[in-house]
Design a protein around this ligand. Structure first.
Ligand code: DOR
Ligand code: ZN
Length: 359
């Protein structure tokens, strides 16, 4: 009988996660807390999380949605962020960072994505905050897409790097920046070209789908996200970066649930719910690249190093089954069902709930 393959990893962290609020918060949080230790929580609620007081209250609501017993003997520790606006108070940011509540600040160009209306249209207005953040070492997380209607949606990341990010890095060379959910080879190459202070998160779905997945044979609203999936050559560049072990690349799922009614619509929302099968999908991708030995770096070590925190002590166990692992097609919430990301192929790796205890 063939021995089943297994992998023991430090408990992973999710360095980019949308947990929402209300009914969706209740429905999706247990799926993150089951597998992840820390998660950087996105602040694009309605209204957005712009002050430390709002962030503290949101953190309490998240913790209240975590099941009492988190499997695997680890605790789920939401890492709060603030939503950068042109009115953000540098003193509030600095106080939040000092207290340990705030781990980063998120820059949404106004209009770039879901609930980004309060984001930034004139980056110069945020310079006092960025100045303070570079002094205290607080990371800036960027949604790296321009919103100029004249720039094609598939070119928005590359244009952002050239017109916004690179000038910003030159102006604030000590500001620590994460390019969130990188989707292009230009993004990968830019991160690689910088010797320090810049890293990137990569999502599960951008490692798996390309724009054909979204558009060929009928439009697939559940594969629509922002930044939009690009052509295959870009996906291959992302896979190469993720599986390389390079410290500058780490997991940020951008799991971004919307109820199905909001996605299966004439004007459907961007985002997919991936928390539930993230680890199974990643093990599949890394196995295909013969890179399972680098999976832990991507999920559990590189991000912690960037955020200057120790890796999680607890471990999880991933087991390769002989039969496909079945995930639910949807999860239920009191606002309606939320479809689970379908990678389009069978998954065989499964997180075993009886994970190993601490060192
Ligand atoms: O697909 C996305 N969904 N991309 C984002 O940048 C935001 C997210 C959301 O909040 O729905
Ligand atoms: Zn996001």
């Amino acid at each position: 009988m063939a021995l089943s393959k297994e992998l023991i990893l430090r408990v992973p962290d999710d360095w980019h996660l949308h947990l929402r609020d209300g009914a969706l918060l209740q429905a999706v949080t247990p799926h993150s807390s089951a597998h992840f230790g820390r998660a950087i929580i996105m602040p694009n609620l309605v209204p957005p999380v712009v002050t430390c007081e709002q962030a503290a209250k949101y953190r309490a609501r998240i913790l209240q949605a975590v099941p009492h017993v988190v499997s695997g003997g680890h605790v789920f520790d939401p890492q709060m962020t603030l939503y950068l606006t042109q009115g953000t108070d540098p003193d509030d940011v600095a106080a939040g960072a000092k207290s340990g509540l705030i781990k980063a600040v998120k820059l949404y160009p106004a209009g770039a994505t879901t609930n980004s209306q309060s984001g930034v249209s004139d980056i110069e207005k945020t310079y006092p905050v960025l100045e303070r953040m570079s002094e205290i070492g607080l990371p800036l997380l960027v949604h790296g897409e321009v919103t100029d209607p004249m720039v094609d949606i598939f070119d928005r990341e590359a244009a952002f790097i050239e017109t916004i990010l690179d000038p910003l890095r030159r102006r604030f060379p000590l500001l620590r920046v994460v390019m969130e959910h990188v989707t292009t080879s230009e993004g990968i190459n830019y991160v690689r070209s910088q010797s320090s202070g810049l890293a990137a998160t990569l999502t599960v779905h951008h490692l798996i789908i390309n724009r054909n997945s979204l558009l060929v044979g009928g439009i697939k609203p559940h594969l629509y996200c922002l930044p939009i999936a690009k052509r295959e050559a870009h996906r291959l560049a992302l896979v190469e970066a993720a599986t390389s072990g390079d410290k500058r690349f780490f997991l940020g799922t951008d799991s971004a649930p919307h109820v199905d009614a909001a996605k299966e619509a004439a004007c459907g929302c961007a985002g997919m719910f991936t928390s539930i099968n993230t680890m199974s999908c990643l093990a599949h991708v890394f196995e295909n690249e013969n890179a399972l030995n680098n999976l832990e770096k991507f999920t559990s070590l590189n991000g912690a190093a960037f955020y200057e925190v120790p890796p999680n002590d607890a471990r999880i166990r991933l087991v390769r089954k002989t039969d496909p692992v079945v995930f639910p097609a949807k999860i239920e919430s009191t606002d309606g069902p939320v479809s689970v990301f379908n990678p389009g192929f069978d998954l065989f790796w499964q997180v075993e709930q009886d994970a190993l205890a601490h060192d």
